[in-house]
Design a binder for this molecule. Sequence first.
Ligand code: HSE
Length: 291
Amino acid sequence: MKFRIPASSANLGPGFDCFGIAWQCYNEIEFIPREEGLEISGCEEKYCNEDNLAYKAYRAVMAWAGQRESGLEIRFGRTDIPVSRGMGSSAALIVGGVVAANAIHGLELSGSELLAIATSVEGHPDNIAPALFGGFTVSAMDGIAAITTHFPISEKLFFTLLIPDFELSTELARSVLPVNVSRQDAIFNISRSALLIKALERGDRQLMRIALEDKLHQPYRTKLINGYDSAEAAAKKLDAMGICISGAGSTLLCIADRPEFSAEMEKELKESLPGWKVLGVKPDLQGVKMI
Ligand code: HSE
């Protein structure tokens, strides 16, 4: 069975570990049951073992459902989601693994169960929910369960990912964050994140300006992204509605109100950040799909 899983941007500024949007940019993974053993192909040698996240997620579903271990072949096909760039590549693997185990073994687990299992493998639901269900999702943990809901995205909005030529590990990007935050910073983020839901629904420029602000992670992480200042300056010059880090980085996400923005940004960054890739993306509203 073959699945197509979307990339995603988590956080979206203030919605740290909670918000995410799925993109029309995909990985394809095929899962083939076999008698015994594991075989993985189509990805780097270092991922062809039992630590592969797609396999871990597959096994997590089998354990949850009390199923006996069996053999598996995993073939990676088209891989458009770059690794360690904050575009949900690990969530895509995990979501592929959970839906494959569910389908291959006829387990009929619900979306919430798959979300809970996938989240337990990933650690937080913000990329998992959009990769599973598509769209703009807001998720919360309730014990081991993850609760997620969808909010609309205005068709007046145009999204552009600025993908640097270097990786940034989530582990490093989380290690620079303070463990505790002040009440002031918490209030700052609560207000912005609520406003962001409305800003995305309406495509409202005034709201978006303030709604993408964040005090919980971005001020600490922008220092890890060499070129952030130039990218932000270019986005401002081209009158973007806002810019934020996609997930833990290194990718940045620009939100604009015109379709030409991506091409203009590409031209702009060609000189200042020549190694960066500029990718105009549309939201994926479907989530993982069997193909
Ligand atoms: N919310 C996570 C973070 C996304 O920002 O660390 C990365 O997995």
